[in-house]
Design a protein around this ligand. Sequence first.
Ligand SMILES: Nc1ncnc2c1ncn2[C@@H]1O[C@H](COP(=O)(O)OP(=O)(O)OP(=O)(O)O)[C@@H](O)[C@H]1O
Ligand SMILES: [Mg+2]
Length: 503
Amino acid sequence: MSVGTRLAIFLAVPLVLVMALFGYIDQRNSGALLQDELAREGRAMARMVQIAMEDALRDRQIEDVRALVDQVTGYERVLGVRIFDPTGLVIYQPADLTTYPPADALALRAALRQGAPSEIRNRLEHQPVLSFIVPLRDPKGAIVGALQLMQLESYVEEDARASRHEIYTLTFLMILVTTVIVFWVIRISVARPVAELAGSFREVGSGELRSRVPVRRRDEFGRLAQAFNGMLERLEASQHSLLAEQEERRRMESRLRHAERLASVGRLASGLAHEIGTPLNVIGGRAERLMRSLPDGTPAARSLRVISTQIDRIARIVRDMLDFARMREPRLTRTGVAPVLGKVLDFMSHRFEEGRVRLDTDLSDAPATVTADPDQLHQVFLNLCTNALDAMPDGGTLRVATSRMEKQPPEKNSGTRRCVAVTFEDTGIGIAAENLDHVFDPFFTTKGIGRGTGLGLSVSYGIIREHGGWIDIDSAPGRGTRLTVYLPESRPEATAAPRVVAS
Ligand SMILES: Nc1ncnc2c1ncn2[C@@H]1O[C@H](COP(=O)(O)OP(=O)(O)OP(=O)(O)O)[C@@H](O)[C@H]1O
Ligand SMILES: [Mg+2]
């Protein structure tokens, strides 16, 4: 049984009992009142008949006495009248009363001897009868007889029944209305708020922390709902921060893995580059010398040119590897982003034309300066442009834009920083979701053998991190790719003493 129902029963039952008791008492009182009224009426009637009878007896008008008795009998609630002589014998009574039991002997004697009137209640054929016995006196005051007036109480029974019925109906209605009000009030003020709270508890229990209890009133339930909602808000906030922390940890771990991979590949690459670099220089030098000693156009000279081109290619890969392995520290200087970008785009313009790539530049924040190694920035921008070009084999648009903004670095708990953002947005093939996490990994490439080493983004990422910046990537297959390089903007005083690192 719910708390609301139990409370309603606890309240309603005593109320109902009290009302029923009051109804019963009221009904009893009204019954007694009717009885009293009947007795008063009977008494008055007996007195009137007594006076009239004494007058008639004084004048010895026996016929009048009889007529009076007959007239009074059956009037209103009077059952009948009997007249007694001084010895207690019935002088006259209506014919109907002859079969009725005689008058109470004691009361009759008291009336005849002491002139004391009496009221007696007895039963006649199961019906209660009220008898009034009064003495009859002559003008001198001597008792000359007595008079018995009988009233049937059943005459008031009907009135009593009607009044009882009215009281019972009223009591029943009051009980009904009170019970309905009690149940309704308890339902509104207890059962509903409790049900709402219970519903919210259930939802929260099933993990739905966004659920809230409606605050409808300012009473205890309202305050409870407010406190519960406050607790949910705090719980939700701590769950969010927990999720954010987990996400941050996941990203840190992935960055750490990336850094570890970079370090191990870097060690391998630097060793390899060193080992390959020296013989490669020797082979390249010899090939050049041989080529110069041979006349142009001969098959041997052509082969030597192919050899020389391939050696250049290997040399470029070795250079990338060395960069990747951080063989060269950045030479930091106050650098304008726009000039470096301009040089790269100029250098690439021929290849863009060939690849039917339309260039759309927005260098509105061109005066942006950063503290950076211009050569390394050049390399990063070149890598990003090359990737965009490769991603648009059928042509497209490359949008390059610079802007300055307040931006929060990806590291947790770091405040916002004044940054220069350089965006490269192409309309190329885009990157599949499963590859998006790997594009910055060294040697990750989707390009065919001999076409990509998979070092471009990895090297670029390393350079930008070294400059205190970061790279954001946003891509979807078929929609294109947007890579944004964020670099800390150099403050005016930074021009005074740029940090220059020797190689
Ligand atoms: N703008 C781009 N659009 C689509 N895919 C891209 C883009 N930039 C990078 N990628 C994907 O990321 C991979 C890695 O790029 P990254 O520059 O590191 O290597 P690469 O271009 O394959 O080789 P390389 O060492 O010659 O640059 C690419 O192979 C390509 O799949
Ligand atoms: Mg590349």
